[in-house]
Design a protein around this ligand. Structure first.
Ligand SMILES: NC(=O)C1=CN([C@@H]2O[C@H](COP(=O)(O)OP(=O)(O)OC[C@H]3O[C@@H](n4cnc5c(N)ncnc54)[C@H](O)[C@@H]3O)[C@@H](O)[C@H]2O)C=CC1
Ligand SMILES: N/C(=C\C=C\C(=O)O)C(=O)O
Length: 487
């Protein structure tokens, strides 16, 4: 373990200033298992200070025109883009993901989040109706809600944090954000750019620390009327309980147990590499990752053989290796949890076709205590197995056969989650029919994770409450009022 002096030490960002904390949490480099960073272990005191700053900044920021706020968001996007390589390196080290993914997905999308909301905030319109027989005109106005509490997870750290900060401040709110204690570095780096971008002190406050301590202090604060959360379902339940006495507005973006449905007329050349990617991208640590693959019986054996072959090509390597497709999992505890699912499946009689326990990982000596595992394919598994029901959030996917369209829809829908599904077929009529019947907030057909940020993003059932996107985020981060004028 490195000595304390060598460790990167983060500070909270409150009222436009970096503020040290009384206590710190160790943060690990997932590729080595070494502590390399100290994250503030904030609590109620820090939240109170952030609320004071956000309250004081609100009148000035909310009074600015959308055009003025838009310019600030554009400048922040430009500054993030200028630091792309530095941010990508930091994200990869902190999270364990490959540098390639951080460079091509995480940081570009974080930049895009600011650019997108800088533009979309300029194009909202309001409703107006007339009641001539009463001599009345009715119209709606929207106003920012106030101080927004934003809680984000560790899998796509800056990507998901900025997906909340950008729409919240574009709409005129001030914010208190709490990134995951496991991946706080890029949020702290972004704070260094806020003043240059023209974000006034107190508009964006970032308070670091654990969920139970600082997260709950934020959620429980009576002056924070709105919470936007991305993370696990049990945490969402706790946030809902704590928010209930205050009737807070909640947006909950939760997990998935996402099916891929592959019909016999699917284009295999596209379907196999895309389904490998949808199962194992970011170590399987994306809420949209595929974890149940249903394949029509007539092509099942052929699919399985080719899929396993392609999975074996999905190279696990140290995050800085440009040829690696997959890096390290987020933490030792998470790696153990993911492995425990594979053990359970084996005990139930399932077959592990490749990956954990079957193939061998090759890592440099310095990375042997890192949190790596191979992408793993399970088959001969029952729909009732916990591997087919629960979110594993790791590089593990199950492949099972099906006979008919009706049967596969029923099986795909038979879990508590309803976030994202993929459907592979060359029959357009079938694609429409199946997509409509799936209980899923998002359905990608013959592709995966092509995002149109204007349209609603979010899940059904236990995958969440509310949607995010241009119009949806605007509606969430504002309050609507109906005004009637009698003339
Ligand atoms: N977007 C998604 O779908 C995500 C799903 N997960 C799922 O959750 C599992 C556990 O991961 P965790 O890191 O434990 O997720 P989590 O839901 O506990 O963490 C997400 C965020 O919530 C905060 N948080 C935790 N407890 C809180 C509380 N009581 N009050 C307020 N904030 C709180 C965390 O500090 C973090 O910033 C994963 O294995 C995965 O299955 C995790 C991250 C993202
Ligand atoms: N919410 C998550 C992913 C979102 C992706 C997107 O907005 O494109 C997640 O993995 O938690």
């Amino acid at each position: 373990m490195a000595g304390t002096k060598a460790l990167l030490t983060l500070e909270n960002f409150i009222n436009g200033k970096f503020v040290p904390c009384n206590s710190y949490i160790d943060s690990y480099d997932p590729s080595t298992g070494d502590v390399y960073c100290r994250v503030p272990n904030s609590g109620k005191e820090e939240i109170d200070a952030a609320v004071e700053a956000a309250r004081a900044a609100f009148p000035g920021w909310s009074a600015r025109s959308p055009q003025e706020r838009s310019q600030v968001l554009h400048r922040l996007a430009d500054l993030l883009e200028q630091s792309l390589e530095e941010l990508a390196q930091a994200e990869s080290r902190d999270q364990g993901k490959t540098i390639t993914l951080a460079r091509t997905m995480d940081i570009p999308r974080s930049v895009q989040n600011f650019r997108f909301f800088a533009s979309s905030i300029l194009h909202h319109t309001s409703e107006c109706t007339q009641m001539d027989h009463m001599g009345c005109l009715h119209y709606t106005v929207r106003a920012p809600v106030g101080i927004a509490g934003l809680i984000s997870p560790w899998n796509l750290p800056l990507y998901l944090l900025t997906w909340k900060v950008a729409p919240a401040i574009a709409a005129g709110n001030t914010v208190i954000a709490k990134p995951s204690e496991l991946t706080s570095v890029t949020a702290w780096m972004m704070c260094k750019l806020l003043e240059r971008a023209g974000v006034p002190p107190g508009v964006v406050n970032i308070v670091f620390g654990t969920g139970p301590r600082v997260g709950e202090a934020l959620v429980s604060h009576p002056e924070v009327p709105l919470i936007s959360f991305t993370g696990s379902q049990p945490t969402a339940e706790r946030i809902t309980q704590l928010s209930a006495p205050h009737c807070k507005k909640l947006s909950l973006e939760l997990g998935g147990k996402n099916p891929a449905i592959i019909f016999e007329d699917a284009n295999m050349e596209e379907c196999i590499p895309t389904t490998v990617k949808s199962s194992f991208a970011n170590q399987g640590e994306i809420c949209l990752c595929t974890s149940r693959i249903f394949v029509q019986k007539s092509i099942y054996s052929e699919f399985l053989e080719k899929f396993v072959e392609a999975t074996r090509m999905w190279k696990v390597g140290i995050p800085s290796d440009p040829s690696a497709s997959m890096g390290a999992l987020i933490s030792k505890a998470h790696l153990e949890k993911v492995r425990s699912y594979i053990k359970k499946a084996q005990m139930e009689g399932a077959q592990i076709l490749c990956g954990e326990g079957v193939d061998t990982l090759n890592l440099p000596r310095r990375n042997q205590a890192g949190y790596f595992m191979l992408p793993t394919v399970i088959t001969d598994i029952k729909d009732e197995s916990c591997c087919m029901k629960e979110e594993i959030f790791g590089p593990v996917t199950c492949v099972v056969p099906f006979d008919s369209e009706e049967e596969v829809i029923q099986r795909a829908n038979s879990v508590k989650y309803g976030l994202a599904a993929t459907v592979w077929s060359s029959n357009v009529g079938r694609i429409h029919r199946v997509a409509k019947k799936l209980q899923s907030g998002l359905v990608w057909t013959n592709c995966w994770l092509i995002r149109e940020l204007n349209l609603p993003f979010g899940g059904m059932k236990s995958s969440g409450v509310g949607r995010e996107g241009a119009k949806d985020s605007y509606e969430f981060f504002t309050e609507i009022k109906t005004i009637t004028i009698k003339h």
